[in-house]
Design a protein around this ligand. Structure first.
Ligand SMILES: [Zn+2]
Length: 211
């Protein structure tokens, strides 16, 4: 368990720019976003490290799974549910902590197109009063997108912060067709509702009759 991880890297393209996947034979360590175009940071030069791996076959299975998962996320979200989620091996997942608990709950419970508020996620992780700590956990998420910290929004309906930039968060939410993404583009504020709706609650999407 305490063996040093032999880290490998894989760079892939996404609609938002280059992404670097890192991990070892035992599991995925991280997803990093290179030169993501965000309104916050301006035109960041994509300093892409084109680290080539030893050769074909040298990429550990968890990295390949992650790349396949991300590819589906961007191109073919409908197949996502059927894809394996790679084993996670970042140190943050190897000892019990509130952060780990929060990240696990988020990964397991908040699916494509859904959102959850910081407060709701705190409750899911066992401490309803820890909304602020949930914010901290989101900032230390080593595996954005796969662990969907972009789906955590303010209970007011505001999109909230994102390490990759608010513009990226809005893009991801809009990509998922999430109400929060639409709200960000100037509309209602039903962010927190979709998560409850997903649990079998209020799905009030009757086609409005024209009058
Ligand atoms: Zn490792």
């Amino acid at each position: 368990m305490d063996e040093t991880c032999e880290m490998k890297y894989k760079v892939m393209d996404s609609p938002l720019g280059k992404m670097e996947i890192s991990g070892c034979e035992q599991g995925l360590h991280g997803i990093k976003l290179h030169g993501w175009k965000t309104p916050d940071t301006g035109p960041a030069e994509a300093a892409t490290p084109t680290e080539q791996l030893g050769g074909p076959g040298a990429v550990p299975e968890p990295l390949l799974q992650c790349a396949a998962w991300l590819d589906a996320y961007f191109r073919e979200p409908l197949v996502l549910e059927g894809l394996p989620v790679p084993v996670l091996h970042h140190p943050i997942f190897q000892k019990e902590s509130f952060t780990r608990q929060v990240l696990w709950k988020l990964l397991k419970l908040v699916k494509f197109g859904e959102t959850v508020s910081y407060q709701q996620l705190a409750a899911l992780a066992g401490n309803p009063r820890a909304a602020r700590a949930v914010g901290g956990a989101m900032r230390s998420n080593p595996i954005p997108i796969l662990i969907p910290c972009h789906r955590v929004v303010c209970s007011s309906g505001a999109v909230g912060n994102y390490s990759g930039g608010v513009g990226v968060k809005e893009w991801l939410l809009a990509h998922e067709g999430s109400p929060a993404g639409k709200a960000a583009r100037g509309g209602g504020s039903r962010a927190a509702e979709s998560w409850r709706g997903a649990l079998g609650g209020t799905a009030s999407s009757q086609p409005a009759g024209r009058d």
